[in-house]
Design a protein around this ligand. Structure first.
Ligand SMILES: [Zn+2]
Length: 331
């Protein structure tokens, strides 16, 4: 999928460069129509420059005198051109290719061969597009994270207050992000609705996408819909569904939200095992978020699913009062 994204960006650059060339050609033709002498000058400059280059390489008889003469002629032509441009108030940019990014001339790489900032931005934009989160991450990210909305009073039989608990989870999540490329851990977030699970998932997604990592957010319900479409309706499957299906396996991070809201049957539990297991083997990370308690999860899913979760997932319980009434509907 990342390769497809890179290819798409390269095609965009190619299109932009082509457009810059075509626009220049159109502008020149407009000028030539208005001032035919400009066309003569440009043609003369082009052919004399070529002759000069050839002479400098071949170094034939009297090449020094000949090249000096050519240089002088070129200089006269160029000053005539600039004189006309000044007189007719034609900006210099009219005779240059105007790129969307002048820094890399729409190639994606600057003069030192380094990746241009525009390339990085395009990559991130595409990663946002395929993540399934897009605009949401502008609002839900660590900058908007505020542990103060969580209560600092003891909650039921929990050892930590909801605030200390969320701070601990945020700290662990930051560690998960910082060492994303080197660790082999996953995370399970469980707890009732409105206690910040999805918000924390989004915070993590934003940080990782900004690092250029391929992230997919999908609810369990939607994910199993995509899988069943792929398995049972392959002939009629849309390209979008094919992409969505491959992303489930290929995304560097899969955020599987609302596990337990899908219809639970042997198909979904087998597929869930395949996803968890394959992603583990290929060292792709997964974050699962669920409203089910651990006991309920064990009753619902097979032992082989649970054993993988217990061994390879860091498990965090979210608890406290529903904070959505205080901070909006998306927690
Ligand atoms: Zn650029």
């Amino acid at each position: 999928m990342k390769e497809e994204i890179v290819n798409k960006i390269k095609k965009d650059y190619q299109r932009n460069r082509l457009k810059a060339t075509e626009d220049l050609k159109t502008r020149k033709e407009e000028i030539y129509d208005m001032i035919p002498r400009m066309k003569e000058i440009d043609q003369a400059i082009a052919s004399l420059s070529l002759e000069l280059a050839r002479m400098l390489i071949s170094k034939g008889n009297d090449w020094v005198e000949k090249t000096n003469y050519l240089r002088e002629t070129l200089s006269l032509l160029k000053s005539e051109k600039s004189h006309i441009m000044q007189k007719r108030k034609i900006p210099a940019i009219y005779f240059e290719e105007v790129y969307q990014c002048q820094n890399c001339r729409d190639t994606g790489y600057d003069a030192h061969g380094e990746m241009c900032f525009c390339y990085r931005q395009k990559l991130i934009n595409e990663l946002y597009n395929v993540s399934g989160l897009g605009e949401l991450l502008k609002r839900e990210n660590f900058d908007a994270f505020d542990s103060l909305v969580f209560s600092d009073s003891k909650y039921g039989s929990e050892k930590m207050t909801p605030r200390d608990n969320i701070k601990l989870i945020a700290k662990h999540s930051q560690h998960f992000i910082t060492h994303f490329e080197t660790h082999d851990r996953n995370m399970l977030f469980y707890g009732s609705t409105g206690v910040g699970k999805t918000f924390m998932c989004n915070c993590i997604a934003k940080e990782l996408i900004d690092k250029g990592i391929l992230v997919l957010y999908q609810t369990a319900f939607k994910m199993f819909e995509i899988i069943s479409e792929h398995k049972f309706n392959r002939n009629l499957e849309s390209y979008a569904n094919k992409d969505n299906f491959s992303m489930i396996y290929e995304a560097d991070l899969l955020i599987l939200d609302d596990l337990g809201t899908e219809s639970i049957n042997s198909f979904t539990t087998t597929e869930l095992f395949n996803i968890i297991n394959t992603r583990m083997i290929t060292n792709k990370k997964t974050i699962i978020s669920t409203n089910l308690s651990l006991e309920r999860m064990s009753e619902t899913y097979s032992d082989r699913i649970m054993s993988r979760i217990i061994s390879k997932y860091d498990i965090f319980k979210f608890y406290g009062k529903d904070i959505r009434t205080r901070r909006g509907p998306t927690c």
